[in-house]
Design a protein around this ligand. Structure first.
Ligand code: CP
Length: 302
């Protein structure tokens, strides 16, 4: 089987993405039933995290353990990259020793070079441009609560950054309509936005949320924006998701956030506990989707 990478949702066909999410739904049920599924005994993955992580790290490490495999955590102080070893050399060394690599970095180009020089699959565990693993979990959570997302209206409020870009790619791959409400100073990448016929910017956050089936936001200051927090709090204030804003959406609306959340900033103090919020189910799906993704990249369809 030729090696495949997952740096973007666009690296897979729509059909492949749907397979992975359906497999993750099955894994969630198997996990709840206490069923053991160990298709990856003897396999090893390298988890290179140059930025902090809770969900992504725990999902990969727990997922590898549950599938009979082993994950090696490599934090920013644990590799020789910081001492000047080229990423191309790291790619070739890891390819000699492990079966798959996951990387979180702000350096999109370095991630792409890692994938290019590795003979093993490479997964984007979040970059400054994209967060495709999170979208697998979000789509799974929507479908588990409301059925197919195709043709539905999704609203993203806040920073036109990596989560917003991955929602644009997801709109293409799953066929939903995406409204993006963001400040002029923090618009999504124009090429990514232009690539999706069903994604549009809506200036007024209230108009953007009207009738939506899913409302999503992310922190106003992501990793890499350190020192900009005060300015951003001023700029993004009108884009806070709160109960009153959500009341404008479809009566069956769901609210999602990739977490961690800053209560009182991009979400009201109480929104995560609102019955329309599924953020913890969404977070739990990181485990099942990442297991399904790794299984697909290493073994193909089962
Ligand atoms: N949503 C997400 O990627 O969480 P972590 O940063 O904790 O991995």
């Amino acid at each position: 089987m030729a090696k495949r990478d997952f740096l973007s949702l666009l690296d897979f066909t729509s059909d492949e993405l749907k397979y992975v999410v359906n497999r993750a739904k099955a894994f969630r049920k198997m996990h709840a039933a206490g069923e053991v599924h160990q298709p990856l005994v003897g396999k090893t993955g390298a988890l290179i995290l140059q930025l902090s992580s809770t969900r992504t790290r725990v999902a990969f490490e727990a997922g590898f353990a549950q599938m009979g495999a082993h994950a090696i955590f490599l934090g920013s102080a644990d590799t020789q990259i910081g001492r000047g070893e080229p990423i191309e050399d790291l790619a070739r060394v890891l390819s000699e020793m492990v079966d798959i690599a996951m990387i979180r970095t702000l350096d999109q180009e370095a991630m792409e070079r890692l994938a290019e020089y590795a003979s093993i699959p490479v997964i984007n565990a979040m970059s400054s441009l994209l967060h495709p693993c999170q979208l697998l979990a979000d789509i799974q959570a929507f479908e588990e609560h409301r059925g197919s997302i195709e043709g539905k209206t999704v609203t993203f409020l806040g920073d036109g950054y990596n989560m917003c870009h991955s929602y644009i790619n997801a709109a293409k791959q799953w066929g939903f309509n995406l409204r993006i409400a963001c400040p002029d100073s923090h618009q999504p990448n124009t090429d990514i936005l232009a690539s999706c016929a069903t994604a549009e910017r809506v200036l007024d956050p209230r108009e953007a949320v009207e009738g939506a089936h899913l409302v999503v936001t992310d922190v106003w200051s992501s990793m890499g924006h350190e020192g900009q927090e005060a300015d951003r709090r001023g700029t993004f204030g009108p884009y806070q998701v709160n109960e009153a804003l959500l009341d404008l959406a479809d009566p069956e609306v769901l609210f999602m956030h990739c977490l961690p959340a800053h209560r009182g900033e991009e979400v009201s103090e109480t929104l995560l506990d609102d019955p329309r919020s599924v953020v913890f189910h969404e977070a739990g799906n990181r485990l099942h989707t990442q297991k399904a993704l790794v299984e697909f990249l290493l073994l193909g369809r089962q």
